[in-house]
Design a protein around this ligand. Sequence first.
Ligand SMILES: Cc1ncc(COP(=O)(O)O)c(C=O)c1O
Length: 397
Amino acid sequence: MGMFADRMSSVQVSATLKVAAEAERLRRAGHSVVDFSAGEPDFPTPEHVKSAAKDAIDANFTRYTAAAGIPELREAICARYKRDYGVDITAAEVLLTVGGKQALFNTALGLYNPGDEVITHAPYWPTIPEQVKLVGAEPIIVSTSSEDGFRITADAILAKVTPKTKAIILNSPSNPTGALIEEDVVAAIAKEAARRGIWTIVDLCYEQLIYEQVPHNLPKALFDHNRARTVLCGSASKSYAMTGWRAGWTIAPKELTSVFNIIQGQSTSNITSITQKAVLAAVSGSQAAVTAMLNEYRERRDNIHAWLTAHPGIKCVKPKGAFYLFPDISGLLAPGMTSTDFAQALLEKEHVVVTPGEAFDAPGYLRISYATSMEQLREGATRILRFAESLQQAATR
Ligand SMILES: Cc1ncc(COP(=O)(O)O)c(C=O)c1O
């Protein structure tokens, strides 16, 4: 018998930690490191959001709240989804969580039994399958590739359904690819899920970071067809540059929300009272800061995409949302070289930190976060291209 719980044996540590440690070592040794590994906005939290938090402290709003969150915030989230998607939600269906991460984790604890299968798609954000494993269920992965723009089809997802399928988790816009899932694909999945009694979960962490005006009303597509078994997982982290505040939410049927309430009531209780006031200002106040950040990300995306794809060995779908580029660099790899090797050598030779595709179940790719300044993007792109040239010269020598 092991010293620790059996359930921990199959769960991976974050693959990005090793790269981060090496980058830190180089930084301490005085090198100028260009860091493209950030999974968070480089912007400060908007002023009116910070003010609301300061006011909350001054007003001594510093005690326990209801485990699910304060009613006015739950109402404000309902209002936001009504405004953005035209869907009707009641406060009894909303629960505030410690980030989108706990939203997904509550969902895993509240829904999946050991032995259940939970379908999701790759390249994925690793937390999604790891949480499924943490509760003893089995992640079933549908792969997508850059050739078809990381497009997810209903057929590919539904082909994996078995009698053991408990849920389907979708993430759109996707980390790491920036791809969007189409409304009619989600509708088709939801329709079949309803027929079979399967839960549909959507991770909408990047829902406000979509670059073009494209239809992306996934809440409506899910509610129209599988209202009784849908969970929407949201987050304030990326839209409002609030990663450190730790705020997310679930929107789920009342009965399941009560289950989440029990989970949270016996573990973390409410999210920070001060954070709740800040999120209230974020979701119900002006969205101008969101638009400003989105405009800046778009410009960065267009530039870094153009700079890198100037190299014929780098193929890259232009992301439609989030703030990551996910280039296919398999054309640059020498025989036997992996994208992890590539990322390691890039770090050693050029001091550029990227996350290898292996971390997202997608070998042959790199994830480049453009949540960093234009100067850093320019400098990093120069170094990556120089490194790519050096590899090619070595190959032809
Ligand atoms: C796809 C995806 N979902 C959810 C999250 C959760 O973030 P948070 O817990 O900060 O809300 C992240 C953060 O990286 C993410 O990339």
